[in-house]
Design a protein around this ligand. Sequence first.
Ligand code: GUN
Length: 283
Amino acid sequence: MTLAQVLSGHEVAEAVYQELRQTLQSLPFIPSLRVIRLGEDPASVSYVRLKDKRARELGLRSQVEVYPEDFSEEALLERIAELNEDLEVDGILVQLPLPKHIRAERVLEAISPAKDVDGFHPVNVGRLWSGGEGLFPCTPLGIVRLLKHYGVELSGKEVVVLGRSNIVGKPLVGLLLREDATVTVAHSRTRNLPEVTRRADVLVVAVGRPHLVRREWVRPGAIVVDVGVNRVEGKLLGDVHPEVAEVASALTPVPGGVGPMTVAMLMANTVKAALLRRNGASR
Ligand code: GUN
């Protein structure tokens, strides 16, 4: 029995960093990233540390601002307003989830669209859907980049996106349409899920349910992208059951698949924001 080809996010992320290093060498300035974290949620602490580390390794200027769990929404909005005006700052990222007393929507809308390296601002969401130039969410960008790197043609293909979050599922649909894919979005209320996912030439799973997708859900030879990061008894499990490797032609591992791509695309977005801002393109 042959197992699915492993689509390595580490390998493709390295290719992205290589390209970015070349771009950076040609610039007369150093792009800068500012990451804001509130509280001590362990997953957020580790994600933010990794983003800062990769940014520094790449040669970007990176700073992390940490505020207490009970930091007020008003104070956070004020700080974002200062960073929006700060000519030294190219990219601003507020790590999610935020504490319950803070309205994430207000915070994300306060970040200048030109510095919105997460691509969550409604202006960038609009640009994604209307086909314009903008900053788009890192995980969906990473997925498309990963597939392209491995020569997966998306034009005309049946792509099923399982999951409809604002961070992954929804923006991924927008990007896939821009690649001329035929896209189906499925979610927890979809009837006959396995029947729908079996239609896919390319199946992307981003639901946060460990090992939800079983071999019967996957058409033999399909390409499967697993966005799941589920911590179960100290282990990191994807949304896709390992047995799927026996039917899929290619599969992203967890960890080491989509995760490294998300971080790489954050760096790409920071460089892009720096370039767009200096070319006077956007607000
Ligand atoms: N938390 C989980 N994923 C993300 C992300 O892509 N961006 C931010 N800001 N927070 C997150």
